[in-house]
Design a protein around this ligand. Structure first.
Ligand code: HEM
Length: 143
């Protein structure tokens, strides 16, 4: 568990270092593993991706992860994240699947970052939280 050091932890650095270690092992492996987790997590997710070109989806996730990182630091919406949020709002995704999306991403980080520990997990969780919440809330409010 995180201890008193987390009071002064630099989560930007922890996140960036973890992301670099993972990407150094091959970005496609990371995105592929993420979707294996996500699709296995719920029949609703499996159904939603049944006809998806997954190679394209890996590239899309890579792009959107960059946007999530920048949203975490500046909280600025832009046409790209508005477009992605809109696409998801039209898909009528249940709100709890966004939490699952985050848990599957963390499970993938745990597997693929060989320096993974509780602080690294905290860093990922606080970094993805604003973007994930933007998507979840946008979809809820569009209902
Ligand atoms: C913050 C969380 C998420 C991010 C960043 C994200 C990102 C993306 C992106 C970038 C696309 C591609 C859009 C395009 O075609 O231009 C996409 C498509 C899609 N996403 Fe998500 N997504 C998230 C959460 C979810 C959740 C929770 C579900 C639940 C099932 C989901 C299901 C889908 C589906 C079904 C597609 C369309 C796939 C297709 O084209 O066949 N996404 N997502």
């Amino acid at each position: 568990m995180p201890t008193k050091e987390s009071r002064s932890a630099d989560f930007n650095k922890l996140f960036n270092d973890s992301f670099e270690r993972i990407m150094a092992r091959g970005s496609e492996a990371f995105y592929q593993r993420f979707y294996e987790h996500f699709i296995a997590a719920s029949p609703e997710v499996a159904k939603a991706f049944a006809n998806t070109d997954m190679e394209r989806q890996y590239d899309m996730l890579s792009l959107s992860l960059m946007q999530i990182m920048s949203f975490a630091s500046d909280r600025r919406s832009n046409p790209y994240i508005e477009k992605i949020a809109n696409i998801h709002a039209r898909l009528s995704i249940s709100s709890d699947l966004f939490g699952m999306w985050g848990r599957c991403l963390i499970a993938t980080v745990r597997e693929m970052d060989d320096h993974y520990d509780a602080h690294v997990e905290l860093a990922w969780r606080v970094t993805i939280a604003p973007g994930l919440e933007f998507m979840r809330a946008y979809c809820e409010l569009a209902e």
